[in-house]
Design a protein around this ligand. Structure first.
Ligand SMILES: [Zn+2]
Length: 239
């Protein structure tokens, strides 16, 4: 199956998002218990749209997209020999801002038969796979959605006659953006998403990955951080 990966930006580098209170509460609950066992949940938002989300906690500095032209101008001056690398570094650092990475995510859009993120996607219908992260620019009110390096797979029918990535990818990204709405996650707080005792043996759970699975590692047989089921949020959204 041929896969098309981008050479030019097809989707915005970042977009405004949320904040999503349900997800924020879930993330806070996990980080307050322990920070090294962050579970990965899978959500289905539509028959052909699944998303994986993992709470994350990392501060980084980067040039925000709205200041990228200034950064590009600095690099152009550096390449023309007008400024030194020390000046480039100092002036670019001044354009940077601090972000917290709140969630790491992945998504598959266009396939009803795909339910996993840890297995290769079998040949079949075309799809877009779009990794992303959700971040918070320090000092800003909302969150930001940062798409990662997407892939557009043409499917078994092949490239011939397939719609262009310039059409398919922005549409897929729009669906992802729409799916990550506060309403969708209204019922996803810790009280719903966490079990505090193992449903098999009743033992108290203290590991967020086990709590997300509602079963302790001894009863489950593995200590995987992946929650073994898909959370269906499409019904919630259409209430
Ligand atoms: Zn147990």
């Amino acid at each position: 199956m041929s896969v098309h990966t981008p050479t030019a930006p097809t989707v915005p580098r970042w977009s405004a998002l949320g904040p999503i209170p349900g997800l924020a509460a879930l993330r806070e609950a996990i980080l307050s218990i322990r920070r090294d066992r962050k579970p990965k949940w899978r959500f289905r938002f539509a028959p052909d749209l699944i998303v994986e989300l993992q709470p994350w906690d990392e501060v980084y500095r980067t040039v925000p997209p709205d200041r990228r032209p200034e950064s590009e101008a600095l690099w152009a001056r550096y390449y023309r020999g007008e400024i030194t690398s020390a000046t480039l570094r100092a002036e670019e650092a001044a354009l940077m801002a601090a972000f917290t990475r709140l969630f790491r995510g992945d998504s598959v859009i266009g396939r009803e038969d795909v339910t996993q993120f840890d297995k290769p996607i079998p040949p079949g219908a075309p799809y877009v796979r779009m990794p992303f992260h959700i971040a918070h620019l320090h000092g800003a009110a909302g969150w930001q959605l940062w798409p990662g390096r997407w892939q557009y797979a043409y499917g078994t029918a092949g490239r011939e006659g397939a719609p262009s990535s310039q059409v398919v990818v922005p549409e897929a990204f729009g669906r992802l953006q729409e799916a990550l709405s506060p309403d969708r996650f209204a019922s996803c707080g810790p009280e719903i998403m966490f079990g505090y005792n193992c449903v098999c043996c009743g033992k108290a759970l203290t590991d967020p990955a086990s709590m997300a699975r509602w079963v302790g590692p001894e009863c489950w047989g593995t200590s995987s951080i992946r929650v073994p089921w898909l959370v269906e949020l499409e019904a919630e959204a259409s209430r």
